[in-house]
Design a protein. Structure first.
Length: 372
């Protein structure tokens, strides 16, 4: 059940950006690297920034916070690989203006997530801590109570909650292939499907264009491809970006899709209502980039991931180069968000990227283009 904690804590992405103070200064919901964080009060103390994870059938809490609040342990510690989690009892958890409720939680050391999101993550707010009916509005920056009335602009999508406590919605690919996809707000992409299904349906072959990072140690990070179209309930999505998962992994729909809508969850009725913030059918926009992104920071310098057959690779950058400057702007000590935005650039522009390789600084000119 805590495997999701392990996945988040060992993610191969690094970011520095917002701080918990930003959340407590009047922001009811904020997006950090495309994920939703909301303020949560624990036993009357808060707010604490919690990552909303609608695919998590648990609530998790940073171990030092559990100790500070004196939350009672329930049962023996549990080992999950190299991580240890303690079951604790929260007497009063408050979120989204809902009356406080008591719930169980896992207390674990969540400090490694700070390098992923750039803030000290106090906890993970899974389904046991969320109301049965609530609104998630990323554009309006709020998590709120369910609306009393809904107009014709709302679109109903059937939703199931399985025995594992995970919410799923129906997704059909090219009008033929049907799957049940987890509603996963901790996943930043549009759609993710296992490799075996994509190969079985001839949607992923050796000739399929893809965006991936590879070096002498093999493929690093996620492989992305484009699919012709899919539907989520009655909603059509044109050219969705799809992450290729390992075989037999659960299909997922993520925040690149969900953030285009106001979401109204009604688990009791088995319905998810969506109010579009973009024209529908929704066309998943192209990815314009140099094909390079920050990887890890050491001694103030970001090492780089470079995508295969990308403008950056063709210009001569390689994975592992250390980022020194972009267009003359010093990148030493900069946050992930800052470096990532600087590397993204605008279509049809050129970036002069200085990197440190083998003790020497090299400057490479990279044209921004459509990566996928």
């Amino acid at each position: 059940m805590v495997s999701g904690i392990t996945v988040l804590m060992t993610a191969a992405a690094f970011i520095a950006g917002q701080t918990p103070a930003a959340l407590s200064a009047g922001h009811e919901l904020m997006l950090v690297r495309g994920r939703a964080f909301v303020p949560v009060w624990l036993d009357g103390v808060g707010p604490y920034p919690f990552l909303v994870d609608t695919a998590a059938p648990y609530v998790a809490l940073d171990l030092p916070i559990a100790a500070t609040l004196g939350l009672p342990n329930v049962g023996e510690p549990e080992k999950f690989g190299e991580f240890e989690a303690h079951r604790v009892r929260i007497q009063a958890l408050e979120v989204a203006g809902r009356p406080a409720l008591g719930c169980g939680a896992y207390a674990a050391g969540l400090a490694p997530m700070e390098s992923v999101y750039g803030l000290r993550v106090a906890g993970i707010l899974g389904l046991p801590g969320l109301p049965e009916r609530f609104i998630l509005d990323c554009e309006g920056g709020r998590i709120a109570r369910y609306p009393l009335e809904m107009g014709p602009e709302w679109i109903a999508v059937p939703m199931t909650t399985g025995p594992d406590g995970v919410m799923r919605v129906p997704v059909t690919l090219n009008g033929v292939h049907a799957v049940e996809a987890e509603l996963d707000t901790a996943f930043g992409g549009t759609l993710a499907l296992p490799r075996d299904l994509l190969e079985q349906w001839s949607l992923f072959t050796e000739h399929t264009p893809r965006l991936q990072v590879a070096d002498g140690d093999g493929i690093r990070g996620a492989t992305q491809i484009r699919l012709p179209k899919c539907t989520v309930g009655p909603l059509e999505v044109v050219t969705p970006l799809c992450e290729v998962l390992e075989e037999n992994a659960a299909p997922r729909l993520g925040m690149r899709f969900w953030s285009r809508f106001v979401l109204a969850f009604d688990r009791a009725a088995g319905t998810l209502h969506l109010r579009p913030l973009v024209p529908v059918p929704w066309h998943d926009p192209p990815v314009h980039s140099a094909g390079v992104t920050p990887a890890e920071q050491a001694e103030g310098l970001w090492s780089l991931f470079v995508a295969e057959d990308s403008p950056a690779q063709r210009a001569g950058l390689v994975s592992g180069d250390l980022l020194v400057s972009i267009n003359g702007m010093d990148m030493t000590g900069q946050s992930f968000d800052f470096a990532h935005r600087a590397l993204t650039g605008q279509p049809a522009t050129v970036l002069d990227i200085a990197v440190l390789r083998g003790g020497e600084i090299q400057v490479v000119s990279v044209a921004i283009g459509e990566s996928l």
